[in-house]
Design a protein around this ligand. Structure first.
Ligand SMILES: O=c1ccn([C@@H]2O[C@H](COP(=O)(O)O)[C@@H](O)[C@H]2O)c(=O)[nH]1
Length: 597
């Protein structure tokens, strides 16, 4: 690496001293440019572990703010437009969003830092809707700070009106119309995919119904210079074409720029020659770049677009802003980093539960295996953590959860409150049904997985079919992310890892012309994992009554599988009881305290 790559330590916080590969190509600027984030899930202090690929993503939100500010200055010098856009899912993912003390609200504190950035548009994600209190916080406290630019075209919240009567209103704005610094007229929407697992008193309208609404029709009538469609919806194999076609019907040639999210991948597609759709990964592991050279109104020629997936770290940021370590930080950037570090301290995120003896990974280890986080969680951590101070501890059991409940790898070394919440952010409860005979209970996990596997075989082209379609609507996109990782490994993972002296990272092949990744990497090894994981079955006879324990997130599926496996009783939610007050997000910490000290 060049000199630049080594010049990235900063006194603001312990920073990985690993040498990072710098980009080699300048960004292609157009007359309209966009910096895009999505699915940040609370990763505002960046990725702090030293094993690759983590250092690629070590820039924190303060660094990002400095980057944006320098890029705005470059845009002024070039006399072009630069917009900052986010596609949602600000909650659930790290201690900064989820490590709040009792009585707090998820994301309330961390979102204050996002609001300090000059976002031109943000749209709502499904993780803003699992818990009503979070949606209410977005409605009351976050959206107003965006001054009409927090978009929720098809998402409402029910709140009391001034007479105390319930009324359903958009969480943010249905659409936004504004002019850029260069005077370009923009019409924007903020669309959420057809999500169905939202909490009571929040509403998600189907995209197909939204495009029939009068407000939608009215909003798109006037021709702007461009449509900027933001939304928490993957850019391929979802409903963007419904929105795109509805706009195209009225405006056959107006540029349409789409910024999507949700499936956590880097992706790009062009629905026609005057449009580009970009999706920019997850967890602040990617900052997306899109540029367009917009021509005259009425032109039918293809527009020249570019797109790039940046690794968010100071080496990348300094390369593209032509700054050095000494000139990079802005005062606002530094104060954002300081504020986040103070929040981490306030939430006690460095509290150490124990020392992880090795790395435990989700997709990089075979399942089951000693280095699989899924094996660790299901076979070791749940049985320990869920039976602490539990009167049912002596009754044999099988414990089941969804593998998607584990969201991030655990690395060797100190295992802190923040590590616990990054690995397992969901505050889901554990339920149980007593007196299920062991012979039946043992069949539940394989049956759940077979159902998943059968559908997986039908492949992604048929993703929106049948049972998989139902799961997708509840927010399950793990299979798309895993398929993406699998493909990059299968393509040339072995060769790239063996030969070319490349650091590990994402290797993207999308449907847009040219190379998208800003830095060339070797992909991570990938192993298949099941959709559902469970503890080892107890060593009892098949007629022994045992406790069937499961996480509440999978209750519907578990009940329907259980009812398909036996005919003695039709189990419903009334047969289900609370197993323990221990939440899914606390399991690894409790286990670490016992096993890793
Ligand atoms: O309570 C919950 C909520 C979600 N999950 C998992 O999250 C994904 C959906 O999250 P995206 O970030 O939108 O992909 C879903 O597939 C579940 O795996 C959960 O386990 N518990």
């Amino acid at each position: 690496c060049g000199d630049h790559a080594h010049d990235h330590s900063h006194e603001k916080r312990a920073f990985p001293v690993t040498a990072l590969t710098p980009p080699t190509r300048a960004l292609e600027w157009g007359d309209l440019n966009i910096i895009h984030t999505t699915d940040s899930h609370g990763w505002l202090l960046g990725h702090q572990k030293t094993s690759f690929p983590e250092p690629n993503y070590s820039g924190d939100l303060g660094d990002f703010a400095s980057f944006v500010s320098h890029m705005k200055q470059l845009a002024l010098e070039k006399d072009v437009d630069l917009l900052l856009v986010d596609s949602g899912d600000l909650h659930d993912g790290t201690g900064l969003s989820d490590g709040f003390p009792p009585g707090g609200v998820d994301g309330h504190e961390s979102n204050k830092f996002l609001a300090k950035l000059p976002y031109d548009l943000m749209s709502i994600g499904n993780h803003e809707l699992y818990i009503y209190a979070n949606t209410l916080d977005m409605f009351q406290n976050f959206a107003p700070q965006l001054k009409g630019r927090y978009l929720s075209s098809n998402v409402n919240i029910t709140v009391a009106d001034k007479h105390g009567k319930p009324q359903s209103v958009p969480v943010g704005s249905r659409f936004a119309k504004f002019k850029t610094r260069k005077g370009r007229k923009v019409t924007s929407l903020g669309v959420l995919f057809d999500f169905t697992d939202n909490d009571k008193n929040t509403t998600v309208q189907k995209v197909s119904d939204m495009v029939q609404e009068k407000w939608f029709f009215d909003a798109i009538q006037e021709e702007p210079d461009l449509f900027l469609l933001v939304g928490h919806m993957p850019v391929q194999r979802d409903d963007w074409p419904l929105v795109f076609n509805a706009v195209r019907k009225v405006h056959p040639t107006t540029p349409i720029l789409i910024l999507g999210g949700h499936s956590h991948i880097r992706d790009c597609v062009q629905l026609d020659g005057r449009s580009m759709s970009l999706e920019s990964g997850r967890y602040m592991e990617t900052v997306g770049w899109m540029s367009a050279n917009l021509d005259k109104k009425g032109s039918k020629k293809n527009i020249t677009f570019s797109r790039r997936y940046l690794d968010p770290n100071r080496v990348t940021y300094e390369f593209h802003t032509r700054t050095r370590n000494a000139s990079f930080d802005t005062s606002s950037g530094k104060s954002i980093t300081q504020g986040l570090l103070q929040l981490a301290e306030k939430f006690d995120l460095n509290f150490k539960f124990g020392t992880a003896p090795q790395d435990f990974t989700i997709d990089r280890s075979p399942f089951p295996s000693n280095s699989s986080l899924l094996s660790l969680y299901a076979a070791e951590a749940m049985p320990v953590a869920l039976t602490i101070n539990n009167t049912r501890a002596s009754i044999p059991n099988i414990m089941i959860t969804n593998s998607g409940s584990q969201r991030f790898d655990v690395y060797a070394g100190a295992f802190t409150k923040n590590d616990q919440l990054t690995a397992s952010p969901f505050a889901d409860s554990f339920l149980f049904i007593p007196n299920i005979t062991a012979g039946v209970a043992k069949q539940v996990l394989p049956a759940l997985n077979n159902a998943g596997a059968e559908n997986r075989k039908r492949a992604l082209e048929e993703l929106l079919e049948g049972r998989e379609r139902e799961l997708y609507k509840k927010g399950y996109v793990d299979m798309i992310f895993r398929k993406w990782l699998e493909e990059m490994d299968r393509r040339d993972g072995l060769e790239r890892r063996a030969g070319q002296n490349l650091t590990l990272g994402y290797v993207t092949k999308d449907s847009c012309p040219g190379v998208g990744d800003d830095v060339v990497h070797a992909p991570l090894p990938f192993f298949e994992t099941p959709d559902f994981i469970g503890s080892n079955a107890p060593n009892v006879t098949d007629d022994t009554p045992i406790d069937l324990v499961f996480v509440d997130f999978i209750e519907d599926q578990l009940l329907s599988i259980l009812n398909s496996l036996q005919t003695a009783k039709n189990f419903t939610t009334t047969d289900v009881q609370s197993y323990t007050p221990v939440l899914a997000s606390a399991v690894l910490g409790l286990f670490a305290q016992k096993a890793w000290n």
